[in-house]
Design a protein around this ligand. Structure first.
Ligand code: NOJ
Length: 751
């Protein structure tokens, strides 16, 4: 359901409020709300208006500011008692009684922690992602939080970037679908319902393009790529009705996002007609000074207002300088009124004017069984089976299992980054869950942590590791990264398994027993060096409260893995950026043309003929491609058909893909649809994901999966920056990964 339709004519604010309010309130209420907003605005002093544009961190302000109507929003105050006290001052003791909106980073769950967003993307299942967000919203709202700073839809091609964990990977389409699912989940069916919270789509924009994957770093991106790759998820979430957006910390081609009029005012507001609330990131308004584009706080406030950033988070340049800027004519009354209208609109839509207080008794209990079941399902569906030489699922003949590794029983780390309110006491670890399941099956379980933490430089108990591995019929290794090694400002230049983990794998393998490895991490890790020592790899990310039960089900075959990679896994960090939707280059590499370093004769002459684009040492292919993931069963892709061969620009292409579960397990498969524009005025990328569906198959079952693809989805931004679908031949491809199995050709005609 869309609450927040985009209006093409950006300046039609009255109409906008009508549209927004219509979709969640009765006509009469909407009329009253519009009237109340205008009435309020006409009664507000300049100080009160500026006050609405101020967001303060919990505990950093005095009661008198609230009573004076000088604060619009508070973040990070999660004591309901304190919130209600603050709200009472705002609503009952301030001149106009405008409620405060309480905000918080509820990124992947509040108390019931869902898998990290990157793992949620690996489910390729928007329904479960939406359910997870609904759970998060309900729990957060019961703590008085009505505004979350999520989803983060920053597309990235760099696994070194710590915040890759918080987004949905490298693909604009998958990111768009996941972002939209979170928006639906947070905002619910009816935004004035007490369990609904406002989404905040962030970080506008190109934050994931940080040079070298170093957080906050400079970002250079051609406008075409900005429009084709980075911005589509923001547009998708705007169309889904997201009530707010957040500007990013980075500069884009030299212009920091928070002061970027082109990005926020021209594209977001004027081109897209977005009238939601735009908030800065934490002190990013005054960081315009650090970036070097503003001389002082006054100038940074002016730049942010001109960019149409409505609310300043944490820093104080708005409250200090907007009045002066207005009197000097450097900003206008209209700009302030528009910002305040947008802020008040969100508060009205959420019903805060009518019902500003929180009573936790009005809500279901946190961490209840239903919530935990959603978390478990999301965790189960997010794990990606990357290698399996018949080790998994664990055979019924196994009598003794050795569980080894620093992540097997790490209740805090399995929760992942950005869990302000999650509690490790509620985590069920893999060790706990496997123990329980092994007991029920009469299997003996031996356990040794092996290393204190993921970064430990030494194996703490090599003797015991070897001894239990020898006694076991199978070794289950739990490796990866602690949660603190990914997330904001936690980028890594080396993304190998940290510490002594490579040695740990070798030591376990030395036992001669089969070794299956579960990797729990906030990003793709480069673990190729250990592949030869392990017969199976299940990539489990940091998958939240219910990681343990989800993994136990998968390892023992109660569930078949169905996750697929939302991001390309490099073999070596030096290959980055490596991503599936790349251009062909003039000299694409093949296995035949890849000149292996070790094969080069001594003093070989340097030639310029027959060369291709690859690395001498690591070739040109990734360790695992985007969209990849194995199952316990096998899927045979049998045929692809389109309803016609020729299409006009306004047509819809109907694609049918036939596939069959030819293996021995019931399982779900993610059917993926890609396109390639054969000739275009701007070099086309080799593959672009355009549709996907997760479908369940019983053993032996054959199904035809149908997709409807509007021709308008096949376009790109040309050199004039117009979005065009150029007539000509296109290839439509399908498969269970970006390494597709089937293809067919169509022609797009001129209209
Ligand atoms: C900084 C982060 O970049 C942003 O994502 C977050 O929402 C804010 N801090 C508020 O905590």
């Amino acid at each position: 359901m869309r609450y927040f339709k985009i209006i093409k004519n950006a300046f039609c604010l009255a109409l906008f409020m009508g549209v927004v309010l219509t979709s969640c309130r009765s006509d009469e209420n909407q009329y009253t709300d519009n009237k109340r907003i205008e009435e309020l605005l006409s009664r507000m002093t300049l100080e009160e208006k500026i006050g609405q544009m101020v967001q303060k961190n919990g505990g950093s302000f005095s009661d008198s500011l609230v009573r004076a109507g000088r604060i619009g929003s508070v973040l990070n105050e999660i004591s309901v008692e304190k919130q209600n006290r603050i709200q009472k001052m705002a609503v009952e003791e301030s001149r106009l009684g405008i409620p405060i909106i309480f905000a918080r980073d509820v990124i992947h769950g509040f108390k019931t922690i869902m898998p990290i967003p990157l793992a949620q993307a690996a489910t390729w299942n928007p329904q479960i992602v939406e359910k997870g967000a609904r759970v998060a919203a309900t729990e957060a709202a019961s703590s008085g939080i009505r505004w979350t700073f999520s989803p983060m839809v920053d597309v990235t091609r760099d696994p070194r970037w710590g915040r890759i964990a918080e987004g949905f990977g490298e693909d604009p389409f998958l990111t768009s679908e996941m972002g939209a699912a979170l928006v639906r989940g947070y905002q619910g069916e009816n935004l004035s319902n007490k369990t609904s919270i406002a989404a905040c789509v962030k970080h506008l924009a190109a934050y994931g393009w940080a040079e070298g994957g170093r957080d906050y770093n400079t970002t250079n991106i051609p406008e075409n790529d900005l429009r084709d790759i980075v911005l589509p998820p923001f547009k998708r979430c705007a169309d889904e009705g997201a009530l707010s957006m957040m500007t990013s910390f980075n500069d884009i081609n030299g212009v920091p996002a928070t002061g970027n009029k082109f990005l926020v005012n021209d594209i977001l507001r004027e081109e897209w007609g977005y009238q939601g609330l735009v908030v800065s990131d934490w002190v990013s308004v005054i960081q315009l000074i650090t970036h070097g584009v503003a001389a002082d706080e006054k100038m940074s406030a002016r730049m942010a207002v001109h960019a149409t950033v409505d609310m300043e988070m944490a820093s104080t340049s708005y409250e200090t300088y907007l009045k002066e800027l207005l009197h000097e004519g450097a900003i206008s009354q209209q700009q302030i009124n528009d910002a305040v209208r947008r802020i008040l609109t969100v508060k009205f839509i959420l019903g805060l004017f009518d019902d500003p207080y929180t009573n936790p008794n009005d809500f279901p209990e946190m961490l209840n069984e239903k919530h935990l079941a959603v978390s478990k399902k999301a965790a189960t569906e997010s794990a990606v089976l990357l290698k399996n030489e018949g080790l998994l699922p664990i055979s019924e003949d196994i009598k003794t299992i050795a569980v080894i590794g620093p992540l097997a029983d790490a209740p805090h780390d399995q929760l992942g980054t950005w869990i302000f309110d999650g509690n490790k006491q509620n985590s069920v670890t893999p060790l706990e869950a496997i123990k329980k399941m092994a007991k029920a099956k009469g299997i003996k379980l031996l356990y040794e942590q092996g290393m204190e933490i993921s970064r430990s430089k030494e194996i703490s108990s090599p003797g015991r590791v070897q001894a239990i591995a020898k006694q076991a019929d199978i070794v289950l290794l739990f490796l990866g990264e602690e949660s603190i090694l990914s997330g904001e400002s936690h980028s890594r230049a080396n993304i190998d398994l940290p510490g002594a983990q490579q040695e740990l794998v070798k030591l376990a393998a030395k036992s001669g027993k089969p070794v299956a490895t579960v990797i729990m991490a906030g990003r793709p890790l480069t673990f190729e060096p250990v592949l030869e020592y392990t017969g199976a790899v299940l990539y489990a990310w940091h998958s939240g409260t219910m990681t343990g039960p989800a993994l136990a089900d998968l390892l023992f075959g109660h569930e078949s893995p169905s996750g697929k990679l939302p991001v390309t896994f490099p073999r070596h960090v030096g290959q980055i950026p490596i991503y599936y939707n790349h251009r062909n280059t003039g000299k694409p590499a093949t296995n035949e043309t890849w000149e292996r370093m070790d094969d080069i004769p001594v003093e070989a002459p340097q030639l310029s003929i027959g060369n291709t684009s690859h690395y001498l040492d690591y070739g040109f292919e990734p360790m695992y491609p985007f969209g990849f993931g194995l199952s316990y069963t096998k899927f045979e892709y049998q045929s692809i058909e389109t309803d016609k061969n020729d299409y006009f620009q306004t047509d819809t292409i109907r694609v049918s893909i036939k596939l069959k579960n030819t293996g021995d397990y019931d399982a779900a498969e993610v059917v993926q649809l890609y396109i390639h524009d054969k000739v275009a005025s701007r070099a086309p990328v080799m593959k672009q994901l355009k549709a996907f569906e997760k479908v369940f198959f019983k053993t032996g079952e054959q199904k035809t999966v149908e997709f409807e693809l509007p021709v308008s989805a096949l376009g790109f931004h040309n050199l004039e920056m117009d979005y065009v679908v150029e007539p000509g031949e296109f290839i439509i491809m399908a498969g269970g990964s970006s390494e597709t199995k089937l293809d067919t050709e169509i022609v797009i005609e001129k209209n």
